[in-house]
Design a protein around this ligand. Structure first.
Ligand code: NDP
Length: 260
C-alpha cells in the first residue's frame, strides 16, 4: 500500500515551497515535512548564517534545500528576494507564511514601537510576501497554495500578548481575503492555528513551572505539541487534496479550543 506522501493527493513532487522563518522551530519542521512529501523547499530567516545552518541540518537528513535570507517585514527586501527568485528561475508554488515573533507586556505599558513590530512581522509581512508570491502564481496560470500560520490567539485572547493576538486574528481573516480574491486563479489560501508547541519562542513558558502545569491542565491532550505535529495539516493544505478548501483555519491544538 502507498504511504500517504506517495498518494497523488498528497504528493508534492515537482512543487517548490518557500517557508518563511524556517531556520528553527515550526518552520524548520514544516520545511522538512514538505520536502519529505516531495517538494523542493526554500529556507528563510533574517540571518544568512542561520539559513545555512538549517540547510546543513536538512542536508544531514538527505534534503537539498535552497536558502533565502531576508526580513519578511521589509517590503524592499521581500521584493528583492522575489526578483532574485525570478532571475534564478525559482517558481514558488507553495508559500507558508510562518515567520513570527512574540512580545509579552501588559497593554497598559505597551509602546507603539513594540505593537508595530509585532503587527509588521506577524501580519503585514504575510500580506507582503503573499502578494509577491500570488502575483507570480497568477501570471503563471498554474494556481498555488498559501498557508498562513495563525495561533490559538486567532480565536481566543490571552493577557499580555495584545499585538500578537490582533495579528493572529488578522492572519485568519487575511487567508479569507486572499481566498475571496484569488480563488478564481486556483490559489487556495488557508491558515493553520498551532496550539502550545515546544519551540524557542516558548522557552520561557516551558521553563515556568506554573505555565507548564497550566498548559498540561488546560489541554485535553495534557501535553505541549511538537513542531512535527503540524506537518500533516501543512502537507494537506499544500497538496491537491485541498484543492477545494479555501479560507479555512485548521487548529492543531490537542483539543484546547474544544474545551474553552
Ligand atoms: P521560533 O521563534 O522558534 O522561530 C521563528 C522563526 O522566524 C525563526 O526562523 C526566525 O529567524 C524567523 N523570523 C522572525 N522574524 C523574522 C523576520 N522578520 N523575517 C524573516 N524571518 C523571521 O518560532 P516558532 O517556530 O515557535 O513559531 C513559528 C510560527 O508559529 C510563528 O508565526 C508563531 O507565531 C506561530 N505559532 C507558534 C506557536 C508555538 O507555540 N510555538 C503557537 C502558535 C503559533 P530569525 O530570528 O533568525 O530571523
Amino acid at each position: 500500500m502507498d504511504t500517504p506522501t506517495n498518494h497523488p493527493l498528497f504528493n508534492l513532487a515537482g512543487r517548490t515551497a518557500l517557508i518563511t522563518g524556517s531556520t528553527r522551530g515550526i518552520g524548520l519542521a514544516l520545511a522538512q515535512g514538505l520536502a519529505e512529501a516531495g517538494a523542493r523547499v526554500i529556507v528563510n530567516s533574517r540571518q544568512l548564517a542561520a539559513v545555512d545552518e538549517a540547510r546543513k541540518a536538512l542536508a544531514a537528513k538527505g534534503i537539498e534545500a535552497l536558502g533565502a535570507a531576508f526580513d519578511v517585514a521589509d517590503e524592499a527586501a521581500v521584493g528583492a528576494a522575489f526578483d532574485a527568485f525570478d532571475r534564478q528561475g525559482t517558481e514558488i508554488d507553495i508559500l507558508i507564511n510562518n515567520a513570527g515573533i512574540q512580545h509579552r507586556q501588559p497593554m497598559l505599558e505597551l509602546g507603539l514601537a513594540d505593537w508595530q513590530r509585532v503587527i509588521d512581522t506577524n501580519l503585514t509581512a504575510a500580506f507582503l510576501v503573499g502578494k509577491q508570491a500570488a502575483q507570480r502564481m497568477v501570471a503563471r496560470g498554474r494556481g498555488g497554495k498559501i498557508i498562513n500560520i495563525g495561533s490559538l490567539t486567532s480565536e481566543a485572547a490571552r493577557a499580555t500578548v495584545a499585538p500578537y493576538t490582533v495579528a493572529k486574528g488578522g492572519i485568519k481573516m487575511l487567508s479569507r481575503a486572499m481566498a475571496a480574491e484569488w480563488a478564481k486563479f486556483d490559489i487556495q489560501a488557508n491558515s493553520i492555528g498551532p496550539g502550545y508547541i515546544l519551540t524557542d519562542m516558548n522557552e520561557a513558558l516551558v521553563n515556568n513551572r506554573d505555565f507548564d502545569a497550566w498548559v498540561k491542565a488546560s489541554n485535553p491532550a495534557q501535553r505541549w505539541g511538537r513542531p512535527e505535529e503540524l506537518v500533516g495539516a501543512a502537507v494537506f493544505l499544500s497538496a491537491a487534496a485541498s484543492n477545494y478548501v479555501n479560507g479555512q483555519i485548521i487548529y492543531v491544538d490537542g483539543g484546547w479550543l474544544s474545551v474553552l
